[in-house]
Design a protein around this ligand. Sequence first.
Ligand code: ADP
Length: 480
Amino acid sequence: MHVVMVSSEVAPYSKSGGMGDVVGALSAALVKAGVAVTTVSPRYGSVDDEGLVDTDVVVRARLGTTEQEATLRERVVDGVRHLFVEHGIFADRQGLYGDQNGSFGDNHLRFALLQRAALEAARNLVDDPAPVFHLHDWQAAGLPAYLDHFYRPLGFFRDSPTVLTLHNPMHQGRLPHRFFDDLDLPAHWFSPAGFEWYGDLGLLKCGILHADQLTTVSPGFAWEITRPEGGFGLDALFRGRFADLTGILNGIDTEVWDPTDDPHLPAPFSADDLAGKRLCKSALQDELGLVRDPEAPLMGSVGRLDPQKGTELLLESIPWILDQGAQVAVLGSAAAAHRRFEAELRGLAARFPGRLSVTVGFSEGLAHRIEAGADLFAMPSLFEPCGLNQLYSQRYGTLPIVRRTGGLADSVEEGRTGYTFDAPTGYAFRGAVHRALAQHGTPAQAAIRDRAMRLEVGWSTVVGRYVEVFERAIEARRAG
Ligand code: ADP
């Protein structure tokens, strides 16, 4: 089996959130399990040139009104062949999908180029004539249309199945109808059986209909998206494909997130020896200008500042949490539309010096140090397909306080491996925080911490479930 991963993010080369982590780690885990993997992703300006080797593949595609040429460069790491699409449309931009002015207006063209390049890569550089195309989110979801239009009529990839993984179906690549003309596809693809979605162009929608198999990143979320209240308007489509939809809880990269051997930390620690965690806490308090107090409960938060993540609930609750004698450390950044969260958090930090620290930006190192140095971790998400930070937190002995939704509900158990709440309100969140703080320093909480740190969260146990889905997709394709 050869899997071609088509993704707008592959960690460590590009990452804006969980999808990049998942594609990077899943690829490596598949290779370890004996599956050949080629990833295809854009070479953004931020992707280092070092170690990249030219291939002789030139990708030609009509984008909008012009013919464009891209090249492919490659790098093999841990047996995974990473291909990068080189074109100014990726390299000459600050940001993956947008900048301080909002989303780029040509994202549909940029990711059409990614999909065309992935198909050319598979045709020219992959030995297997029938690789599995594993597509990630709307940026790759149109590939079945290109496969059907440009390749299958010529005899290529007849037995190649497509598997679409939904990391966050809130983002659907839904654009005005006229953008369809830029995609270089015949008009019949703009129909209810193709890209048409209530008169608009629906890039993700097309993939949901046409991929041979669908997966999403937790069993709970797989069910939620089939309900009107959780399906982002796509619930009827998900219900229609429920037999082909599998929820697979993400694993984490246990080498990158390993408290016994983490280059970002001042001291290592483990479930058997927590002395290093205490050092991490005091070092974090120093680093962030918090009062150095080993007894004060320290709550961390890392992630996008976004309504999805429950940032409103956190904001409204911080003064109360501080009032309970706890400290709070926030690391995050907001997209242009939600910049106000950054300003509001900074405003709060100015009111509570030494007790609240707010770092606006993206810092892998600080994310690790918060996971290690904090006692508790806040994830009051309104919805959460999987969520990774709660898994990192558990492994680092930092008990997650999560809303019981999607993958958070699948990975955190109240009073056993963290704390949970149901209602999407600050009041309910503070109730869970209250339970966590009431147990601070007690043997009961030590037992929860110990259990959380020993959970099996690596990719090696998850990878077999993806292989099963790939096999189902191959069979479905063969059966025609
Ligand atoms: P999502 O993909 O919805 O943003 P996830 O919890 O699945 O959320 O994954 C987010 C990933 O991005 C995690 O690895 C998290 O640590 C990382 N991350 C998010 N924001 C930041 C930040 N400001 N600094 C460092 N890492 C971040």
